[in-house]
Structures are given as structure tokens and as C-alpha cells.
Ligand binder design. Structure first.
Ligand SMILES: C[S@@+](CC[C@H](N)C(=O)[O-])C[C@H]1O[C@@H](n2cnc3c(N)ncnc32)[C@H](O)[C@@H]1O
Length: 279
């Protein structure tokens, strides 16, 4: 797919004025560069919006934009250069996150390699909310256990659960692209990993699990809490991440409302993780 661009330079431009210009326009986003003296604004829109290029250019010109130019940007793998420059890195005491499945770097002694190439699904291992759950998993013996990975993203937590000995792992996401990426990531591990992946909502899950993992923003997680409790076996462990300190009270309250007691918390940067069990 091609993206169309409209570029304009401004002698001066503040954020509020820019937002006012762009808000009514059918655009995908914009990039602003202050080149010292000039502010260069590049607006991106869908190739299907070719007919709107004139309107966008006119709006930028009316706001003081000069040297209006239109162009196009071919579809690119935007993550390619990031991937190429990524280096393997440790997380906690156990994990070794290797962004290069095709060129494995041996983990330092005592560490387990998870090969996760940064792609368009969340979960390369570099985000603290993911790391909170990796840290929790490294302390758990999952041998023989059933694990549910809610919002699997790249599939990284399923890989970690498998490495801890889980007997059966189901991972799902409402985002089809994430599940496609997760399936590819699972296939790329040095040793075969067995994860059942599907695209869909929590309501499509039929069984209960010994461990339920869920890393997402509180606004996304809150409506799922009763369902997460229903899918947790009586002696199971629910591990949540992606919360902020400000969500702590609401999250423990919602857990209580679903019959769960939050028994431990852990934080990394601004992110908070909770562990909960049936009360
Ligand atoms: C922050 S990412 C976590 C990815 C990975 N599990 C990790 O820990 O790095 C959250 C994921 O949850 C998915 N998601 C959001 N709402 C969901 C829902 N209601 N049911 C299932 N997945 C959901 C998103 O598509 C996204 O892939």
C-alpha cells in the first residue's frame, strides 16, 4: 500500500494551531520537524484519499504553510532497521531476549533464550509491562500446568510459560495480526513449542486454567476481570500487568468484586503488576 504525503513549511507554528488545522482533515497522522527557523510539517493520508490532497494543501497554505508539496511513500517494513540494530538483552535472572530468530545468539549460562523478532505485535520483551510478567513467570514452576495467555500479542508470554514447563498453553488476541505474528514467533523457536493460538474474545475460551496471564491497559482489562476469574481454576494464579499506580485501587476492587484477592504487587518504571487468587 502507498501512503500519500503533503509537506509544508511554516515560519512558526504552535501545537494548538497545528491541531486546529489537521483535526477536520482526512489524514492518518503527521510528522513535525523543527529545523531551526522553519517548522516542516508532513501529513500522511491513505492512497484512497488522493482526491483530498488539494484540500489538505489548501488548509496548510491558509494557515501560513509555504512550499506545499505532495508525494507518496511506498509501503515499507518500518521495523526493518530497528530489527537490524536490535541486540539480545537479559530480563530478570532467567530470560535472554533474542530479536534475531534466524541468527541465534547463545544465552549466557543459566539463561533461557526466547527468540522474539520485533514485529507489528506488542511484546518484544523490552517493555516493562511485559517484563513484569516475565519476572513473575521466572519464579514459578509451571510443570504440568494449564496456562491462558490473554492478549498474547507477539506470543512472548506463551513462550516463557512453555519454558517453565507448562503442559498446555492457550493464547489468544482480538487482533488478528498479533495472532499471525505470535504463530510465526512460536514456529521460530529453536525447540518446538506447543501453543494453541486463536483470534477472538475471552468468551470463546471454554476451560479453566491454573495460570492466567493478562497484560493490557486497565481500560481494556477492566471489563475482562469477571471473565478472567471464571477461567481461573479454584487454586489458580491470575497475573496482571499493564496497570499504572493510579489503577491499583480500581484493579484490586474489581478483582474483589469478581471473588479474587490481589495478594502481591510488583512495579517496574511506571508499570504495576498484580497477582490474584480466588478469595
Ligand atoms: C500490551 S499488549 C500485551 C502483549 C503481550 N502479552 C505482552 O505481555 O507483551 C496487549 C494485547 O492485548 C490485546 N487485547 C486488547 N484487548 C483485548 C481483549 N479484550 N481480548 C483479547 N486481547 C485483547 C491487544 O490486541 C494486544 O495485543
Amino acid at each position: 500500500m502507498d501512503y500519500l504525503t503533503v509537506t509544508a513549511v511554516f515560519r512558526q507554528l504552535d501545537d494548538e494551531t497545528l491541531a486546529g488545522i489537521l483535526d477536520p482533515l482526512p489524514i492518518l497522522g503527521c510528522q513535525v520537524e523543527d529545523t531551526g527557523g522553519w517548522v516542516v510539517v508532513t501529513v500522511y493520508c491513505d492512497e484512497k484519499r488522493r482526491a483530498s490532497l488539494q484540500t489538505i494543501g489548501d488548509a496548510l497554505a491558509a494557515a501560513g504553510g509555504e512550499r506545499i508539496e505532495t508525494g507518496s511513500l511506498g509501503d515499507r517494513d518500518w521495523l526493518a532497521s530497528y530489527r537490524a540494530s536490535s541486540q539480545p538483552f537479559p530480563v530478570g535472572r532467567l530470560w535472554w531476549l533474542d530479536p534475531h530468530p534466524e541468527a541465534p545468539s547463545p544465552p549466557p549460562p543459566g539463561r533461557i533464550r526466547l527468540a522474539v523478532e520485533p514485529r507489528s505485535a506488542f511484546g518484544s520483551g523490552s517493555h516493562e509491562s511485559t517484563q513484569l510478567l516475565l519476572l513473575a513467570l521466572e519464579e514459578m514452576d509451571l510443570v504440568g500446568m494449564r496456562v491462558l495467555d490473554v492478549g498474547t500479542g507477539s506470543g512472548i508470554l506463551s513462550l516463557a510459560a512453555a519454558a517453565r514447563g507448562a503442559a498446555w498453553i492457550a493464547g489468544f488476541d482480538i487482533d488478528p495480526v498479533s495472532v499471525f505474528v505470535a504463530a510465526r514467533t512460536v514456529r521460530e523457536q529453536e525447540r518446538p513449542v506447543d501453543v494453541s493460538l486463536f483470534v477472538g474474545p475471552l468468551e470463546a475460551v471454554g476451560s479453566t486454567f491454573d495460570v492466567v496471564l493478562c497484560n493490557m491497559l486497565w481500560s481494556q482489562m477492566e471489563p475482562l476481570i469477571p471473565g478472567l476469574a471464571r477461567h481461573l481454576s479454584p487454586s489458580g494464579t491470575l497475573l496482571l500487568s499493564g496497570l499504572l499506580a493510579a489503577d491499583h485501587v480500581a484493579a484490586t476492587g474489581a478483582c474483589r468484586g469478581a471473588g479474587l484477592e490481589a495478594t502481591a504487587s510488583r512495579s517496574l518504571g511506571e508499570w504495576l503488576g498484580l497477582e490474584a487468587h480466588h478469595g
